[in-house]
Design a protein around this ligand. Structure first.
Ligand code: PXP
Length: 234
C-alpha cells in the first residue's frame, strides 16, 4: 500500500483570502487523517500566502500521523524548522511571485548548500527529502548524507500527459531506489492522472497531493475525497 500525504495548503489559501480564522487547515488535517492519510504536508512560503507560522506549531502538536513541511533552504526557514521540528522537511525551490512551485530543487547546482542545510536538519532529528525533477543528474546528486528521500516532481506528467514523462518518472524512481533513497512523488496529481503513475512507477511509495484533492473535497467532502485518492493507491 502506497502512502498518501495530504497537502492542506489550499484550505489556508481560502482562509487567507478573507484574512479570517476559518477554514482551518488543522481541521482539514485531522479529517484527512481520519480518512486514512498517512501524512500531512504543508508548504510554508516566504510570502506566507497560505500556511502561517502558527499553523506549523499547532499541527506539530496535534497531527497524529507525520508532519511534512515543504520549505526553501533559507536562513529564515532553517530557524523555523529547527524550532517546530516536524517529522520531515521537504526542501523545495521557491521563486518569489510564482503561482506554484515551478520546478525541482537544483541539487546538482547547489550541492554544498543543500548538504549543509540537510545536515542541520538531520542533527535536529528531522528527516530530509529533496523535491527534484525526475532526471538522472538531480537524482544522483540527491544521494547526500542526511537525505533519506527524494520527492519526484510530477508536474511535467500532469501538464502534458505524455508517456515519455511517465517513463522518466519510473526510471528516476528506480534510480533513486538504487541509491538507497526512499521515493515520493507529487505536484499536479489528480484523480485522472494518478493511476497511470502508480502503475508505471512501483518504486514510488508516497504521494503528496493538494490542489486537486482539496478541490475535489469542495464537491465530495474532504473525507470522501481522501478515500477516492486512497483507492487509486491500493
Ligand atoms: N509536493 C511538493 C514538493 C509541492 O511543492 C506541492 C505543491 O505545494 C505538492 C507536492 C502538491 O502539489 P499539488 O497541490 O499540485 O497536488
Amino acid at each position: 500500500m502506497r502512502r498518501l500525504g495530504v497537502n492542506v495548503d489550499h484550505v489556508a489559501t481560502l482562509r487567507q483570502a478573507r484574512q479570517a480564522r476559518y477554514p482551518d487547515p488543522l481541521a482539514a488535517a485531522l479529517l484527512a487523517e481520519r480518512a486514512g492519510a498517512a501524512q500531512i504536508t504543508v508548504h510554508i512560503r516566504g510570502d506566507r500566502r497560505h500556511i502561517q507560522d502558527h499553523d506549523l506549531y499547532r499541527m506539530r502538536q496535534t497531527v497524529q500521523t507525520l508532519l511534512n513541511v515543504e520549505a526553501a533552504t533559507t536562513p529564515e526557514m532553517a530557524a523555523i524548522l529547527l524550532d517546530v521540528r516536524p517529522h520531515r522537511v521537504t526542501l523545495v525551490a521557491e521563486r518569489p511571485g510564482e503561482v506554484t512551485t515551478e520546478g525541482g530543487l537544483d541539487v546538482a547546482g547547489q550541492r554544498q548548500e543543500v548538504t549543509r542545510f540537510a545536515a542541520r536538519m538531520q542533527d535536529a532529528g528531522i528527516h530530509v527529502a529533496l523535491f527534484v525533477d525526475p532526471i538522472t543528474e538531480q537524482v544522483q546528486a540527491s544521494a547526500i548524507p542526511g537525505v533519506d528521500m527524494v520527492e519526484l516532481n510530477t508536474a511535467k506528467w500532469s501538464e502534458t500527459g505524455n508517456a515519455h514523462e511517465l517513463a522518466r518518472l519510473a526510471a528516476a524512481a528506480m534510480e533513486a531506489r538504487d541509491f538507497g533513497l526512499q521515493v515520493a512523488a507529487g505536484h499536479g496529481l489528480t484523480l485522472h492522472n494518478l493511476r497511470a503513475v502508480v502503475e508505471a512507477a512501483p518504486d514510488i511509495e508516497e504521494y503528496n497531493i493538494g490542489h486537486a484533492l482539496i478541490g475535489d473535497a469542495v464537491f465530495l467532502g474532504l473525507e470522501a475525497s481522501v478515500r477516492r485518492y486512497l483507492e487509486l493507491l491500493r
